[in-house]
Design a protein around this ligand. Structure first.
Ligand code: GDP
Ligand code: MG
Length: 683
């Protein structure tokens, strides 16, 4: 086991993420990596049991507590930094914010099932950030495991270009480039023996080798000659280098097989990470924009003003820490940075730490390419760009999504109130997709999040980590409102206020029109220029009052008082009555006119609509499809592959609450589904 914890040369660093569909073996693989690299001396086995509960218990007990946001694994003179990416789609934001700062990814597949719905989700996210990636085809010990078929699913379902490199065969891994055969024996497979591959194995894998070389022929003339003209096969170094270049551009994905549980192939995968995935110095420039909105390229270099991205906030030992990736320049403790994003403020970095949170090694400086932990920042949060105040810019940020599900949470006794609020504030700080809100009507405290599991985990953490005695209501879908047709109305505000030294009259009249807009286009305010009766002029305060009045009315819809969207608000006319038309009078008249116009526009509720993929064995397809239709899902397409059918549909979130359980009982536990919020819409 390598002991070199400190790697100072960035060329020796790999920032990677491990992503997979649930149960493919991400946690098991990660734990093996931690063990072999000496980052952890315990090996925690994932317990057997009911899959869903297993996932939760495990992510909580191991996934969240053992893994810091970034874990350092020293391997053969290099430092592999694993940035944690949770598997469930409810935590998509977690996946995206870590993907944003990764230089490469290892996607884990189950060798029996191949590509699964969530593999597709992470694949799309990886595409978005143009991440070089490779596959670990896990669970090769299972009956029905098939390395080549799993690769085919990458081609068919992801449109990928997988190339075999580490072939699991005869109780070891055959390396098609080095012509070696590696076995993993001894305690937890820690004894690695590599020998030249026998001629017999070499012949058995001839087809795969040809696939590999053919896949690289476009990138290197010597390799092309070797496959097309029976030329001499180039030296392994040339093939590795070509493979790396093609991987970095995202054109191919090298594949390695093994079994994390049976301790097979993990070290070969680590070796390949060093060879194939890029160091921070080899990644392409980042995209950014000046404050004026001009696009800029930010090459990864220590020369130039500081630019960094905050990608996670975590409270460690009760203190706020910001995980940041430096993209340009050098950061030193005591430097003042401008935060561009959630706020626009300057803030000082008190201390900089190495990301290996357990050890807390203080750093005198951090350079472009590094991922570091910043202490002393109170405001910077996930997605913010941190930069030199004299050279401000925004780096391509991380999209946060609207929370679509709410859970009422209450303390059973009032003595827990303050503690509950404090804990909820901490959660919101760490996770921008959790939002605490108060129901205006009932006064209930509602925690909003991305899905059932997301909220359930938050609820259970409150109970367990904070020892709180709390109860939760039923999850409720967050709704919005809009209008179905245009509407116009006018309103007169006229009131006499009695005062000791004479009555004051407040009076104004407004006419407003509202019109529906396309879905997901937001609310548009057209408050000026307004038609005024001849001779009337409005002062700034009165003009401001018009805008305020319109905004007051747009705050809540006519049906359930939910936020309005996709509507255009026009103030057509304002009539004033001398001194009686104070700003206040105008504001009230406008808001009433708009509210009346919205009423005339026929309000309608909008529900979160989810893009949903359901994967079931073919024999269950009829039943599942019928059930989906009864849930008002709009079926987009169905696709069959290898006995499994994928149904793609749009469905209202409200109809999908508890669907995990229904789907399981309809398919004897074999069906799976994923959903991603798409839009607020009628259905
Ligand atoms: P994750 O959801 O992707 O993190 O997957 P886990 O690591 O939690 O594994 C899910 C289940 O698959 C657990 O029961 C593991 O013991 C099992 N598992 C993981 N790797 C392997 C493997 O290589 N072979 C077999 N047969 N089972 C495995
Ligand atoms: Mg896991």
């Amino acid at each position: 086991m390598s002991k070199n914890r400190t790697v100072t040369d960035l060329a020796q660093v790999r920032n990677i993420g491990i992503a997979a569909h649930i149960d493919a073996g991400k946690t098991t693989l990660t734990e093996r990596i931690l063990y072999y690299t000496g980052a952890s001396h315990k090996i925690g086995e994932v317990h057997d049991g009911e899959a869903h509960m297993d996932y939760m218990a495990e992510e909580q007990a191991h996934g969240i507590t053992i893994m810091a946001a970034v874990t350092q694994c020293p391997w053969k003179g290099h430092m592999v930094q694993i940035v944690d990416t949770p598997g469930h789609v409810d935590f998509t934001i977690e996946v995206e914010r870590s993907m944003r700062v990764l230089d490469g990814a290892v996607l884990v597949l189950d060798a029996v099932s191949g590509v699964e719905p969530q593999t597709e989700t992470v694949w799309r996210q990886a595409n978005k950030f143009q991440l070089p990636r490779m596959f670990f085809i896990n669970k090769m010990d299972r009956a029905g495991a098939d390395f080549e078929r799993a690769m085919e699913s990458v081609t068919n379902r992801l449109n990928g270009n997988p190339l075999p490199v580490g072939v699991p065969i005869e109780g070891g891994v055959l390396n098609l480039i080095d012509k070696t055969f590696t076995t993993f024996t001894g305690t937890l497979g820690a004894d690695v023996t590599t020998n030249p591959a026998s001629d017999e194995l070499w012949e058995q894998t001839e087809d795969l080798r040809e696939n590999l070389l053919l896949g690289l022929a476009d990138y290197n003339d010597d390799i092309a000659m070797a496959v097309l003209d029976d030329g001499e096969i180039p030296a392994p170094e040339i093939i590795w280098e070509t493979l790396k270049q093609a991987t970095l551009t995202g054109e191919v994905q090298p594949c390695f097989g093994g079994s994390a549980l049976k301790n097979q192939g993990v070290q070969s995968l680590l070796d390949a990470v060093l060879k194939i995935l890029p160091s921070p110095l080899q990644v392409p420039s980042s995209k950014g924009a000046t404050l004026g909105g001009d696009e800029v390229e930010v090459p990864m270099t220590i020369d130039g003003p500081l630019a960094a991205l905050a990608f996670k906030v975590q409270l460690l030992e009760g203190r706020r820490h910001v995980f940041a990736r430096i993209y340009r320049g050098i950061l030193k403790p005591g430097d003042t940075l401008a935060i561009v994003g959630s706020k626009h403020k300057n803030e000082r970095v008190a201390r900089i730490f190495d990301v290996d949170a357990n050890k807390k090694k203080r750093l005198d400086e951090a350079r472009a390419g590094q991922i570091v932990l910043l202490a002393g920042m109170r405001y910077a949060t996930t997605g913010d760009t941190l930069c030199d105040p004299e050279h401000q810019l925004t780096l391509e940020s991380i999209q946060t999504r609207a929370p679509v599900l709410g859970l009422a949470i209450e303390a059973n006794s009032s003595k827990d109130e303050a503690k509950l609020l404090e804990a909820l504030n901490k959660f919101q700080e760490e996770d921008p997709t959790l939002k605490l809100e108060e129901d205006a009507e009932t006064g209930e405290r509602i925690l909003r999040g991305m899905g059932e599991l997301h909220l359930q985990i938050a609820f259970e953490r409150l109970k367990r980590e904070f020892n709180l005695d709390i109860r939760a209501g039923k999850p409720a879908v967050v709704t919005r409102e809009t209008i179905q047709n245009a509407g116009s109305a006018d309103a007169i505000f006229d009131r006499v206020i009695e005062q000791p030294n004479g009555n004051i009259e407040l009076k104004a009249r407004a006419t407003a029109t509202v019109t529906p807009r396309d879905r997901d286009t937001g609310t548009e305010f057209n408050v000026a220029p307004v038609v005024l009766p001849e001779g009337t002029e409005l002062n700034d305060e009165q003009l401001e009052a018009i805008a305020d009045g319109a905004r007051d009315a747009a705050y809540a819809g006519p049906i359930q008082g939910m936020a309005l969207q996709d509507i255009s608000i026009n103030i057509d006319q304002i009539e004033t009555f001398g001194a009686a038309s104070t700003a206040q009078a105008i504001r009230v008249a406008v808001s009433e006119a708009v509210r009346n116009a919205i009423q005339a526009g026929n309000g309608v509720l909008l529900q979160p609509i989810m893009k949903t993929d359901v994967v079931v064995p073919e024999e269950y397809m009829g039943g599942v499809l019928g059930d989906l239709q009864s849930r008002k899902a709009m079926i987009q397409e169905t696709q069959s592959d290898d006995g499994m059918t994928t149904i793609r549909c749009d469905a209202p979130l409200s109809a999908l609450l508890g669907y995990t359980t229904s789907l399981r009982s309809m398919t004897q536990g074999r069906g799976q589904f994923t959903m991603v919020f798409d839009r607020f819409d009628t259905y």
